[in-house]
Write a protein that binds this ligand. Sequence first.
Ligand SMILES: [Zn+2]
Length: 543
Amino acid sequence: MHLVLVNGNVLTMDPSRPRASAVAVAGGRITALDEVPPGSEHVVDLRGATVLPGFHDAHNHMIGFGMSLAEVELSTPPVGRLDELYAAIARRAETTAPGEWVIGAGYDQNKLGGHPHRDALDRAAPGRRVWLRHTSGHMCVVNTPVLAALGIDAAATEIPGGRVAVDSGGRPTGLLEERAQLLVGSLVYPYPLAELTDAIARAAEVYLKEGVTSCTEAGIGGGWVAHSPAELAAYAAAREQGRLGVRVELMAAREVLHPLGAHPDDNLVAGLDLGITTGFGDDWLRLGAVKAFADGSLVGRTAAVHDPYQGSDSVGYLQADAGELTGAIIAAHRSGWQVATHAIGDLAIDLALDAYARALAEYPRRDPRHRIEHFAVVQPRQVARAAALGVIAVPQGRFATELGDGMLAAVGPGRHEWLYRQRSLLDAGMVLPGSSDRPVVAGAPLLGIADMVNRRTASGAPFNPGEAVSAAAAVRAWTWGSAYASRQEHVKGSIAPGLLADLVVLSEDPTAVSPDRIAGLEVLATIVGGQCRYDAGTLDGLS
Ligand SMILES: [Zn+2]
């Protein structure tokens, strides 16, 4: 389709030509700025609406989000108290056959006043299996039938890298942390691929309405984030069926890498079969980094920090043996992978930085763009070191609002200025991507952009406001920054002739309105590969 959008306020993210008033598209690519090429079939008058490169969520869980759309919503709001949570579970149980699963997601004990308890869940959903996932994704609560099926219903059980919570009498409460929650996965895993494909399609519909044209799935195929060892096939099927909607980059969980038996000179010590590695695929579906978990969650106070959490003597814990994890990171680097390490606490961040530094020293590689996902509790020296190593930090703006109060409480005032840095990363010369970690928090890019600027918690407290960035920097993060983190800035993330025609049309310019209005701006249209995939009416039914 030859399409030209005219009379727009086009923010290109291309420093050599930052603004334009018209964008021409043909063959899925941007062909020209500020002109209407001959032969243009559709010329759309935007009447001053703003055009940006399509948003790219650099860290999300698309299948997890799509599945959560079919689960009981336990976020606060709408669920503000534990009795409301139990009532919501009881309502779902009424339409669930005995023995089947009632699955809920998004609860936060900081807001509810405590974790749900197995006994109350047994009363709310008699005879059903109940599985409630914490908003952090790092813990869950299950009821007695699930504990019994796992053989851990009666007494304390040691789980390395995790915890089965017990009451003062030693009886499990239903709360399973970190590696202990993997046990529940063993009862439901693997999911049928058709179910996963449906989840992808459900998520894609939401993404397109919110202006997302690309996303990075932060781990498939193994570990606790996986839904099936053949998860990539669900994405391929969604694409085949025309239901993928957005461009997807898939991170491979580090658990699925293995020795390949290639020639020793090839350095392929950890890979996927056939030597498939970072970058394999095309503009719609490609393989990104390998994903490793160093630690857990900050609001859950399981992340590995150097100094104890506020009011406690706990310093969290690593998710793996430090030496084993370091070896895996170095092996992946050596084998040509981009590496993305989940590291929240400053101790876990040191582990990741040490591993990257060693990997680069032992096996030099040009521009590997290794990432640290979340990068949550960050000492000043760690910013400088990350910048020197060329590491890309991938923080989540929306965490400030939805999880900020719990985070401030977890680290205490002495470390507030270390939380979820943005400005100091840019000041150090690092590239800042935009991401949500959806379904951990709401994922609409305009919410994330607003929160990167406003930095306030749900209770209204300032959230390390010195690290706020301008709306222009936040928009750049969610477009060019995320493309850079995916090594795709030569293909997308800005609006210039030759790049993919991935565009979002907004009712107003987020860099020109007052910061408190950014979240309320309307997505008028979303164009992926030159095709209108969502249209609120502006493009007159071109979709
Ligand atoms: Zn994540």
